[in-house]
Design a protein around this ligand. Structure first.
Ligand code: FES
Ligand code: FE2
Length: 412
């Protein structure tokens, strides 16, 4: 029978509302998350099933599926999927599972095909998932190829990025991110093209990485190079109305981007951005696994994937305007090297947090005055664990307790 995906059942959270009550208090009163959320396999199982297995997750760039038949394999919450662009230019996602005896169909990480063909008994499927041919099935009783198409998942493109949701009832992605887009809609993100990609293996829980991204309290000590370009206390958080949190940091006057020497090396600012944007780096954590960092001349994204409670895969990509990439001598290495160093500095302290929070001596600490975006992320997590329907509204601290210099900054 044709398989219509149903909303995945939401598993019961192993973390109670009482356990995260202290995190859900206003930031000046709140405590950090209970440490077991970084270590307990049952918590990760829940997060995979309830969040990665239902919410929109960032899986690829649109350019990875830039023409009909181009596909990438992705794994979401342990489920093998294939994302592919159809003849009609629509990006779709399917479970990468044959409807005959269940073999995986696409076996290469990426490629281009005219139609799907299962490597086992060669059932073939159209790019839109319809079963095209299943040999030696013509006299089967009660068998209609229309009932045996590939099982779809939801896919959507947003500003050159591809997201997938395993929940047919997930709210529209564009509506979900409309509030974020209002803050950055000048940026020509969909036009940008990837210049570099690095995959990291980090011995830390995926949430440790999200927390680390959400503050610059650690920047003076951990990132002396970054702190020289954007002082850790110069920036502002943005009030969020959706599953994202973030803000911006300001470049010192001598510098004009994030690169090894703080200069753009002849790269013009992205078309359409304001002179104010040219002095800023915007950082957004988009629930659950996208870190979006907008620079005057390029976009950096991180995909953060849980692998085990104490291990994550992080894919970092740098994207530039195609006109800039087409210029003679284009070389993104000043930006790539800068962030590769910064990333590795971050992974090191993330791994220290992962190890330290495993100690029974650790009890949840307090948020420092510059960690209100860490709190914003943790509140999303805590609400998700609590399963009590309460949406703990987050208001950036600078709205209530404006600091003399910015709000306390954020970012890396
Ligand atoms: S398992 Fe795919 S054709 Fe048999
Ligand atoms: Fe950092």
């Amino acid at each position: 029978m044709d398989v219509q995906p149903r909303s995945p059942v939401v598993p019961r959270s192993p973390v109670t509302a009482a356990e995260v009550a202290a995190t859900r208090r206003p930031v000046v009163e709140a405590s950090l998350l209970p440490p077991r959320v970084f270590h307990d396999p049952a918590v990760l199982d829940f997060e995979q099933a309830a969040w990665f297995g239902r919410d929109w997750v960032f899986v690829a760039r649109s350019e990875d599926v830039d023409r009909p038949g181009r596909y990438v394999q992705v794994e979401v919450a342990g489920q093998p999927l294939v994302v592919i662009r159809g003849e009609d230019d629509v990006v779709r996602a399917f479970h990468n599972v044959c409807r005959h005896r269940g073999a995986l169909i696409c076996t290469e990480p990426a490629g281009r095909i005219v139609r799907f063909q299962c490597p086992y008994h060669a059932w073939t499927y159209e790019l839109d998932g319809r079963l095209r041919r299943a040999s030696h099935t013509d006299t089967l009783v009660d068998f209609d190829t229309a009932d045996y198409g590939l099982v779809p998942a939801r896919a959507a493109e947003w500003q050159g990025l591809v997201f997938v949701s395993l929940d047919p009832d997930a709210p529209d992605l564009h509506e979900t991110l409309a509030g974020l887009w209002r803050h950055i809609d000048r940026f020509p993100l969909a036009d940008l093209r990837r210049a570099h990609r690095i995959e990291y293996d980090v011995d830390a829980n995926w949430k440790v990485i999200g927390e680390n991204y959400s503050e610059c309290y650690h920047c003076p000590g951990v990132h002396p190079q970054l702190n020289k370009l954007t002082p850790y206390d110069l920036g502002q958080n943005i009030e969020s109305d959706g599953p994202w949190c973030g803000g911006w940091m300001e470049l010192r006057p001598d510098f004009d981007t994030m690169s090894v020497d703080g200069l753009r090396h002849g790269r013009p600012p992205l078309p359409g951005i304001t002179t104010e944007d040219e002095r800023r780096i915007y950082y957004f954590l988009v629930w659950p696994n996208l870190l979006l960092s907008l620079h005057p001349d390029y976009l950096m994204t991180h995909q953060v994937w849980p692998v085990a409670p104490g291990r994550s895969k992080v894919i970092c990509e740098w994207s530039f305007h195609p006109d800039t990439m087409a210029t003679d001598g284009f070389d993104p290495s000043d930006a790539v090297d800068f962030w590769d160093l910064t990333n590795r500095q971050d992974w090191e302290v993330c791994e220290l947090q992962q190890r330290g929070t495993a100690s029974p001596a650790y009890t949840p600490g307090r948020y420092a005055l510059m960690e209100d975006m860490v709190h914003a992320f943790d509140v999303m997590l805590a609400d998700g664990y609590a399963q009590d329907g309460v949406d703990s509204r987050f208001t950036p601290r600078h709205d209530k307790w404006r600091q003399p210099v910015g709000s306390g900054g954020r970012g890396r």
